[in-house]
Every structure is written in C-alpha cells, then in structure tokens.
Design a protein around this ligand. Structure first.
Ligand SMILES: C[S@@+](CC[C@H](N)C(=O)[O-])C[C@H]1O[C@@H](n2cnc3c(N)ncnc32)[C@H](O)[C@@H]1O
Length: 213
C-alpha cells in the first residue's frame, strides 16, 4: 500500500514537472504579451527586480526624457517619473492600451503628471531617432518575438551617450538570459556596462556605442 502511494506521488510529481517544462518551452518558442486579465501578478513583490535597484542602475535625473517599454500596470513607472521632476518626462509604450490606461489611472491617483502614454509595438517604436536620454524595460523583452528588432529600435531612439536598462527575472517563463541579452545587444551597437543581480533576476545596463552597427 505504502509503495503504491509513493509510486502515485512520484508519478504525479513527474507529470507536473513535465507540464511546467513544456509550458516554459512553448512560452519561449512563441512569446506573447502577458494578458491584461493576469495583471494581478504584476503587483506581486519582486525580490530579484526591486524598484530601488532599478533606480540605482538607471539613475534618472531631473529634466531628462525617458522611455519605458511595456510598463504593464506601472509597477516601476510612478517611482521613475518622480525622479525626472522638475521638467522631465516619462514616455510609456505598451501593446495593450488597457495596461496604459491602468498605469495612467494610478499616476493620476498618485498626483504624477509627467507620464505620456503611447500604444505601440517595441519592434517599431513611434519616436524619432535620438529622442531619449535613457530607456528601460522590465519583464518585457522576453515577450517580444523580435528581440533583435526591439533592441535595434531602442538603440535608434536613444541619444548618443544614452543608457538602456533591461530587467529579466524568474519565475517568468519568457526570461531572457543575461548571456543572450549581452550577445544581442552587442550586435545592435549597445555596449554592456554592468549589471545587478544574478541567475534568478538581473538588471543590466548598456550604453550607446559611438559606431552605428
Ligand atoms: C510581464 S508585463 C511586465 C510589466 C511591467 N514592466 C512590470 O514589470 O510589472 C510585460 C508588458 O509588456 C507589454 N508588451 C509585451 N510585448 C510588447 C511589445 N512587443 N511591445 C510593447 N509592449 C509589449 C505587455 O503588454 C505587458 O504590459
């Protein structure tokens, strides 16, 4: 009896592990945007992608114009926007207008007025060349099918001397490894500077290289 129970428990465990592995594999092969209906997960604490770590590595300054791609419901937005005052602006771009609406609702409730929303796709940014002092995206690059196109676009809209911070972390099935990110960024002319974190989550900072690739 005891052996039978152990065998059933082991079988269930193996089936579960197989299911999770298949889900992760499929999510990576066919990346897609986190549905608005699952936004409750975006408010959970992030031990590996903390707001104050993003602030430190991105170093937003008063008067700057920054871009956040994929703000979701604004987990990082309000904090960063506050550090651009006085005189600065945070543009936010998301595929899903509902995410932008929710972020703008939270910004209004928090008295934050320097956030400008634009619906759009990271693979085709609707901004002129050299518009931003810095850009960042957290838990978003992995959801973009054309990561190289998105990085190329980010490189294009950043000013010379501009900076890009990419955050990726567990338990996101789309998580991009730091190794792959560094390779892809180098190919589009983004120079790796440093990162914070490790295998469970990291924030990596890149600079715009002088040469256009
Ligand atoms: C997992 S959520 C992360 C949201 C937020 N950065 C956070 O950490 O809470 C990813 C966000 O990126 C957006 N997104 C996914 N693919 C995108 C794309 N190709 N262009 C613009 N936004 C995209 C999704 O709509 C979603 O709001």
């Amino acid at each position: 009896m005891g052996q039978r129970r152990t065998a059933i428990a082991l079988g269930t465990l193996l089936l579960g592990a197989g299911g999770v592995a298949t889900w992760v594999w499929q999510s990576r092969r066919n990346p897609s945007a986190c549905p608005f209906g699952q936004r409750v997960f975006l408010d959970l604490p992030r031990p590996f992608l903390r707001r104050d770590d993003l602030l430190r590595i991105l170093a937003p300054a008063p008067g700057e114009r920054l871009l956040e791609v994929g703000p979701g419901t604004g987990y990082y937005t309000l904090d960063i926007a506050g550090h651009l005052e006085p005189g600065g602006q945070l543009d936010i771009l998301d595929l899903q207008p509902a995410m932008l609406e929710e972020t703008m609702r939270r910004a209004a409730a928090g008295g934050v007025r320097n956030v400008v929303p634009t619906p759009g796709n990271a693979q085709e940014l609707p901004y002129p060349d050299a518009t931003f002092d810095a850009a960042y995206l957290v838990a978003t690059l992995g959801e973009v099918p054309g990561k190289d196109r998105a990085l190329r676009e980010l490189r294009r809209v950043l000013k010379q001397g501009g900076r890009l911070v990419v955050g990726e972390g567990q338990p996101d099935p789309h998580m991009v490894s730091l190794h792959d990110l560094r390779e892809q960024a180098r190919e589009v002319g983004l120079r790796y500077e440093r990162h914070h974190g490790g295998r469970f989550g990291y924030l990596a900072r890149f600079g715009v290289s002088e040469e256009t690739p």
